[in-house]
Design a binder for this molecule. Structure first.
Ligand code: SF4
Length: 494
């Protein structure tokens, strides 16, 4: 039995992972990793730029995608209930899961009820987020990843390092070695003369997976979109493995984050244009599977279950600034353009959601109490390339700053910020001309004592950092009011 990501604990955190700065420093020292990442991200970046450049209305498409997602999130309760009603009417069984534990328990119970001891899986970020493979393994159920990159990660007992290309950190030779070493332990072995040619590697994976597809009684998927108007689900993919999982097993279970809802079927028109162009740099994705309940004629699964997953998404929704992260369609464009991601890779983020979107989504879903999660909002230069690339216009740099504020506020507890105390004091002083005059006269005392110095140099306490890069002038020996009175009124201004 293999579980996928053996180092991932059951608590929803990558147990033992260091915070981002330490993990990034280590990754930066791995020249093979940096070479693999640079090559892969620059190829995908180039393809995306070329297909996006073909469309005159790309910016309008981004605006439309943002508007549809915002409308959905504003009325999410309504659309979820509409989805449940329509999916149920079409013969699917809808389950609601408050958190990862509930979702995993539901799926394990359904697999057991189907009498299965193994499942085949379509690539799904939601099931990675809830660590479903580990929960299934604990229940004695084998979960076989069937996406090629996920298969490489699973056989390599590795972590995914990219949303779309989880094995982006592996080169062909490493993949061949993993196939030769591990396939024989869990099914059909790789051919002994396997080379690192892509076609030979794909053939080995196809043959290895084929027997699993034909044997499995249960398929598990996520969904790219859930259509409220029809109660249907949509999965887009490149390899066709997903189509096999969605159609061959008798029972199909889909774990779907509640933010995946789209109000109408027509909304797909926008998203099926922006998603493939942003993710794989294709005009259209090769396989788009849509289903609405079981067909009931022996074609496709006989039982269709949909697990609607919250797992802190409603907490994210409650944050007026942070909620825009729920617009994400997991295209990975922000990862591929990020100068930080390109150099450190996905593992440094300590989460199934790496890169810029991971830096804003993970701390919202998991909170910022651990060192890893508190470090993520700082895993960015705030250059803004992620926002420019995002097809649903998530203002990731704004969210990073928002979350940095949260991290600082939480670290400080109930103690007020020094700035807040200083501003309150300033407001009190400026509120009265008498108090302002007294404060100015007090400052001139310091000016007279220090009149021989050019500046005050480095200040102590909280002003230390501020004065490190700036000259701090010596206070004047008289105030403006004193000067005015001396020059114009003949008095000393006191
Ligand atoms: S944040 Fe935007 S660019 Fe990044 S994965 Fe999500 S939708 Fe794609």
């Amino acid at each position: 039995m293999i579980t996928g990501h053996p180092h991932v604990g059951v608590t929803g955190t990558f147990v033992g992972m260091p915070a981002f700065p330490a993990a990034a420093r280590e990754a930066l020292g791995d020249t093979t990793l940096r070479r693999n990442l640079k090559h892969a991200t620059s190829v995908i970046r180039g393809k995306r730029a070329s297909v996006v450049g073909e469309l005159d209305d790309w910016e309008q498409l981004r605006d439309a995608a943002e508007a549809i997602k915002n409308r959905t999130l504003r009325h999410l309760d309504h659309y979820l209930e509409q989805f449940e009603a329509n999916a149920t009417a079409a013969g699917a069984v809808v389950h609601w899961a408050r958190d990862a534990e509930e979702a995993n328990r539901t799926v394990v119970d359904l697999v057991r009820a189907a009498g299965a001891e193994e499942v085949v899986k379509v690539k799904s970020m939601a099931t990675q987020e809830i660590e479903l493979n580990e929960a299934l393994a604990a229940a004695g159920i084998d979960a076989w990843e069937t996406d090629l990159a996920e298969l490489i990660v699973q056989l390599g007992e590795d972590w995914p390092s990219h949303i779309l290309v989880p094995a982006i950190h592996r080169n062909r030779t490493e993949v061949r070695d993993i196939f030769l070493r591990r396939m024989k332990e869990v099914g059909r072995p790789a051919p002994g003369d396997l080379t690192d040619e892509p076609a030979r590697l794909a053939e080995a994976a196809r043959l290895h997976l084929r027997e699993k597809f034909l044997r499995a009684e249960v398929g598990i998927s996520g969904a790219n979109f859930a259509i409220a108007e029809t109660g249907g689900l949509v999965v887009v993919e490149s390899e066709g493995n997903g189509r096999m999982c969605l159609t061959l097993p008798k029972t199909l279970i889909s774990v779907v984050g509640i933010e995946k809802i789209l109000p109408t079927f027509d909304d797909l028109e926008v998203f099926l244009q922006v998603l493939p162009r942003s993710s794989t740099g294709e005009r259209e994705n090769p396989y788009t599977s849509l289903w609405t309940g079981p067909a009931g004629d022996g074609d496709g699964p006989e039982a269709v279950h949909i697990v609607l997953l919250d797992n802190h998404r409603t907490d994210v929704l409650a944050d007026e600034v942070g909620r825009s992260a729920l617009r994400c369609i997991r295209c990975s464009a922000c990862l591929n353009v990020c100068p930080v991601y390109e150099r450190v890779g996905g593992h440094s983020y300590g989460s199934v959601y790496p890169g810029p979107i991971g830096a804003v989504l993970t701390p919202q879903l998991r909170g910022t109490s651990s060192a890893v999660d508190a470090s993520l909002p700082y895993a960015s230069t705030l250059c803004g390339a992620c926002f420019d690339a995002c097809p649903v216009k998530i203002p990731i740099p704004d969210l990073l700053v928002h979350l940095r504020t949260r991290v600082v506020d939480e670290a400080r507890g109930d103690v007020p910020k020094p700035e807040a105390v200083a501003m309150k004091g300033a407001a009190w002083m400026f509120g009265s001309s008498g108090r302002l005059g007294a404060a100015q006269r007090a400052a001139t005392l310091g000016g007279r004592v220090l009149r021989n110095r050019e500046n005050l140099g480095r200040l102590p306490g909280p002003m230390r950092g501020w004065s490190a890069e700036r000259d701090t002038p010596v206070p004047p020996t008289e105030t403006f009011r004193q000067w005015w009175a001396r020059e114009h009124d003949g008095g000393d201004g006191r």
